[in-house]
Design a protein around this ligand. Structure first.
Ligand code: DAH
Length: 363
C-alpha cells in the first residue's frame, strides 16, 4: 500500500519548489491531473480489501484537498511576484519634468480659443463646428435675415460664384458666402440635434474690412443653449462667470446693454469695466466701459426655422470676437499683427507648448 505520508511530503515539496506559474502547473498536472500521482493512488482503491478501502480513500481525499489548497496559495504568491517583477521592469520615472519645445510657440489665437473652450467646457458646453463656406440660408436666412433684410448690410460679405463650389454645403443654385459669423453653426446644430443643446462653436469668419481693428479673416466663438426653461438670468450669470474667469478678475464689472441682433430677442451687448488713463487701458478697474460681446434669447423665428417648437423650447445665444478678447487680455495693440506671421512677434506674444489653459489659474 502506498505510503501516504511520504507521498504528501513529496507533493508538498514539489509545490514549494515551483518557482513560476508554469512550473506550478506542471506540479498540478503530475499530482492531481488525470495521470497524476494522487489520481493514480485513488485508482488503486478498488484493489484494496473492503474494510481498508473507506479509510484509505478518505485519507487520500484529505491529502488531495490539502495539496489543492497549497497549489492555490502558491499560485497567488507566484502571480503577485510576477506582477511585482513586471512593474519593477516597466518602471517609469514620472518625476522627470517634460521640457517645453524651445522652438515654436502657440499662437495667441489658438491659446485664447483654448482658454474660452476650457471655461465653457467646465459649464457643460461641448464644441460644435461648421464649414467656412456657407450657404446664404445658414449664414443669413435661417437666422431671421431674409434676402431684403437691412441687417445683412451690417456685415460686408464675401460672396462666391453662385454655383456651389463645395459639395454638400448648399442647395443647388443658392448663393455661397464665406461665413460672416459663427452663428450658422447654431442653425446646423439645431437642425441636427434634439434639445437640450449646449454648444460653443469656435471658428474662422470673414468680412470685407481691413484696418487696425478689422481684418478680412478673424475668429469668433459662438454659444448656444436650448432647453425648456433657460432664461435671460441664466445668460447673464453664464457670461459674467465666463468674463470674470477669462480676465482673471473675480470682481470685474459686467454690464448688459440693450441692443439689436436679428436672431435674438431681447438682445444685449455686454461691456466690461475698465479704465482708460493716459492712453493706457486697464481691465477690471475704473469707471469706463468696453464692449466685448453680443448675446440674447434665441428668436422664436430662428427656432422655428430650425424645426424646434418655440412654444416648448427657448434658450440663449452669444457671440464674441477672439482677436478682440486676446488683444484685451494680452495687451496686443494691433489686430493686423495676428496674421503677419512675424516670428519676432510670435516669440513675444506666443505661448509655450505646455502652457495649457487651466481653470484653477483662471483659464
Ligand atoms: N453674430 C454676431 C456678430 O457676428 C455676434 C452675435 C451676437 C452672436 C449675438 C450671437 C448673438 O449668437 O446672440 O456680430
Amino acid at each position: 500500500m502506498t505510503n501516504l505520508a511520504a507521498l504528501k511530503q513529496e507533493c508538498t515539496a514539489a509545490v514549494e519548489a515551483a518557482n513560476d506559474v508554469s512550473a506550478l502547473e506542471e506540479v498540478r498536472v503530475s499530482t492531481l491531473g488525470k495521470k497524476g500521482r494522487l489520481t493514480e493512488v485513488l485508482k488503486t482503491l478498488g484493489t484494496l480489501p473492503a474494510d481498508q478501502r473507506k479509510e484509505f480513500g478518505a485519507q487520500v481525499n484529505v491529502i488531495k484537498e490539502e495539496i489543492t489548497a497549497l497549489l492555490e496559495a502558491r499560485r497567488a504568491v507566484l502571480n503577485s511576484a510576477a506582477l511585482d517583477a513586471k512593474l519593477a521592469k516597466e518602471k517609469v520615472d514620472i518625476t522627470l519634468p517634460a521640457r517645453a519645445e524651445s522652438k515654436g510657440a502657440i499662437h495667441p489665437i489658438s491659446q485664447t480659443i483654448e482658454e474660452i473652450s476650457t471655461i465653457f467646457a467646465d459649464m457643460g458646453f461641448t464644441i460644435a463646428e461648421g464649414p467656412d463656406v456657407e450657404s446664404d440660408f445658414y449664414n443669413f436666412t435661417a437666422l431671421n435675415m431674409p434676402p431684403s433684410h437691412p441687417a445683412r448690410q451690417m456685415q460686408d460679405s464675401f460672396y462666391l460664384a453662385s454655383e456651389p463650389a463645395v459639395a454638400g454645403t448648399a442647395e443647388q443654385g443658392e448663393p455661397l458666402v464665406l461665413r460672416t459669423q459663427t452663428s450658422p453653426v447654431q442653425v446646423r446644430t439645431m437642425l441636427s440635434t434634439k434639445p437640450p443643446i449646449r454648444i460653443i462653436a469656435p471658428g474662422r469668419t470673414f468680412r470685407c474690412d481691413y484696418d487696425q481693428t478689422h481684418a478680412p479673416m478673424f475668429h469668433q466663438v459662438e454659444g448656444l443653449l436650448i432647453d425648456e426653461s433657460t432664461h435671460m438670468g441664466h445668460l447673464k450669470g453664464a457670461l459674467m462667470d465666463f468674463l470674470r474667469t477669462f480676465f482673471r478678475a473675480p470682481n470685474l464689472n459686467v454690464r448688459f446693454r440693450p441692443s439689436y441682433f436679428p436672431f435674438t430677442e431681447p438682445s444685449a451687448e455686454v461691456d466690461i469695466g475698465c479704465s482708460r488713463k493716459n492712453g493706457e487701458l486697464k481691465i477690471g478697474e475704473g469707471s469706463d466701459w468696453l464692449e466685448v460681446l453680443g448675446c440674447g434669447m434665441v428668436h422664436p423665428k430662428v427656432l422655428e426655422n430650425c424645426k424646434i417648437d418655440s412654444t416648448q423650447y427657448q434658450g440663449f445665444a452669444f457671440g464674441m470676437g477672439v482677436e478682440r478678447l486676446a488683444m484685451l487680455k494680452y495687451g496686443i495693440p494691433d489686430l493686423r499683427t495676428f496674421f503677419e506671421s512675424d516670428l519676432r512677434w510670435l516669440r513675444h506674444y506666443g505661448f509655450a507648448s505646455l502652457d495649457i489653459p487651466n481653470l484653477a489659474r483662471g483659464g
